[in-house]
Design a protein around this ligand. Structure first.
Ligand SMILES: NC(=O)c1ccc[n+]([C@@H]2O[C@H](COP(=O)([O-])OP(=O)(O)OC[C@H]3O[C@@H](n4cnc5c(N)ncnc54)[C@H](OP(=O)(O)O)[C@@H]3O)[C@@H](O)[C@H]2O)c1
Length: 278
């Protein structure tokens, strides 16, 4: 019996698939799980959780999109013998107030903090890769990104750094117990500056346009987003405009012993991969 399996939830997603790859390279026994995995895991079907939790001592948890289920999951995990958990949350979560944005992340944080597990919370800022994947790649490739964001900068972080931090924390029992890491890139850029860098490096004419929050919500709904999802993403920009996520930290270096990757480095890699070509 292998008594030291690391469970990676959200294993097909942005962070989970990168975290799992790093753990496999380290030869850590890994169980990857999501609704579409060979070992299926669904936040809304708790009957299947015990099978997924069998022999798991450590977990990387991407929370579900609604508040609540992580409380039950943590109780089941404790009963099944889990000892450590690393949770993905979001940058500046202490300052989100009563915003509709990120309630699922704050609920998951509460569940984890209230547990007997050795926990670590990772709070990354907006990912660089939002620009070469959903939700911004398609509008950028069409020549214009329109967002309800002005002069307040955002310290975009590279997903590879988020995954490097998560894999390191998962691999170092004890060292990160009870720590909350606010993971940011090395410097903050406005959304217009980010688009300008993409346009310059790719050689493609791409414009940035500031729109009102109401206009943005309406556009997302027109594009097929649900009203609730559209409101939540808009609320995120309202928070950003208040500056609650604009600050940078040294937390990537604290964990990894090196500086985080720059946005410019991401732009060069994505340009080489022809991310924004039509
Ligand atoms: N995007 C950003 O810039 C950013 C920044 C900071 C924090 N965050 C936070 O990061 C989290 C998302 O993480 P991510 O980007 O790594 O994931 P992601 O790419 O959004 O993928 C979601 C993952 O969860 C799985 N999943 C979806 N519904 C599920 C369900 N009902 N039960 C079990 N698994 C389910 C999906 O796989 P299946 O479809 O196979 O189930 C997939 O593996 C969110 O909480 C978000 O708020 C995002």
């Amino acid at each position: 019996m292998n008594d030291d399996i690391t469970l990676v939830l959200g294993a097909t997603g942005n962070t989970g698939r990168r975290v799992a790859a790093r753990l496999r390279l380290r030869e850590t026994p890994v169980r990857t799980a999501s609704r579409s995995s060979p070992t299926p895991f669904d936040w809304f079907h708790p009957a299947g959780w015990d099978r997924v939790l069998r022999e798991v001592t450590t977990a990387y948890v991407v929370p579900p999109s609604v508040p609540g289920p992580v409380h039950d999951f943590v109780m089941r995990a404790e009963a099944a013998g889990m000892r450590r958990l690393v949770l993905l949350s979001g940058h500046g979560a202490d300052d989100w107030g009563d915003s509709a944005f990120g309630r699922h992340m704050r609920s998951a944080e509460d569940a984890v903090r209230g547990s007997t597990l050795e926990w670590t919370i990772l709070r990354p800022s907006n990912f660089d890769q939002n620009f070469d994947g959903p939700p911004f790649r398609v509008p950028l490739a069409a020549g214009e990104l329109a967002l309800p964001a002005g002069a307040v900068p955002e310290p975009f972080i590279d997903l590879e750094d988020v995954a490097d931090v998560a894999a390191t924390v998962l691999s170092e029992p004890g060292r990160h117990a009870g720590r909350v890491y606010e993971l940011t890139g090395p410097h903050a850029l406005t959304w217009a500056e980010a688009v300008e860098l993409i346009s310059r490096a790719s050689g493609l004419p791409i414009a940035y346009r500031r729109v009102s929050p109401a206009e943005y919500t309406a556009t997302l709904v027109q594009e097929g987003w649900s009203e609730g999802e559209a409101q939540e993403l808009t609320e995120m920009f309202v928070l950003l405009e208040r500056g609650v996520t604009a600050w940078t930290t040294n937390d990537v270096a604290t964990v990894l012993g090196r500086a985080p990757r720059t946005f410019e480095d991401f732009v060069l890699r994505a340009t080489a991969a022809k991310a924004w070509q039509r």
